[in-house]
Design a protein. Structure first.
Length: 160
């Protein structure tokens, strides 16, 4: 098989990459899906949601297996009731500290180095404390990288 060199643009001209040159690029690929909000009110950025029986999304909650299958976090500032919006399913999710405070019950955003879980007591919220009661579901949503960044995990859930 012949060795092929990548093409690059230099001063507006397409050229083969020169011997000794390297490609350097940051790749930040995340998956985003569009879904319709099936809640009676708007869902805000950072809200964990699951896909219901009609293919729309509702606020996820760790109190039952059916509502704990998290698709991802609402990416838009908010998605109105019956409106379509974006849900991020993986990668680093970024929101302001105030936005995180609204869905994680924190002050000053997330705590770096802490895992966040789906809340069992309140739909659509995150918590730094994993559920421990029988019948609840442990869903690790991600690891806080900074007060404004959560690395979405979507790990396997555990039914207690």
């Amino acid at each position: 098989m012949a060795l092929r060199k990548p093409l690059v643009i230099v001063n507006g001209q397409v050229q083969q990459i020169q011997a000794g040159d390297t490609l350097d690029a940051i790749v930040n690929e995340v998956d985003i899906v569009q879904r319709t909000n099936n809640e009676a009110s708007a869902v805000v950025i950072g809200t964990p949601v699951y896909v219901d029986g009609s293919g729309t999304v509702k606020e996820a909650q760790a109190s039952a297996l059916a509502t704990s299958r998290v698709l991802g976090l609402v990416q838009d500032a908010s998605i109105a009731a019956a409106a379509a919006g974006n849900v991020q399913t993986d990668g680093v999710f970024v929101a302001t500290t105030t936005q995180w405070d609204a869905v994680a019950g924190t002050t000053g955003g997330l705590t770096p180095g802490i895992d966040y879980f789906l809340d069992a007591a309140n739909p659509g919220l995150l918590t730094a404390t994993a559920p421990t009661t029988g019948g609840e579901v442990v869903v690790n949503l991600g690891l806080a990288l900074s007060p404004t960044e959560l690395d979405i995990n979507n790990k396997q859930t555990v039914l207690l």
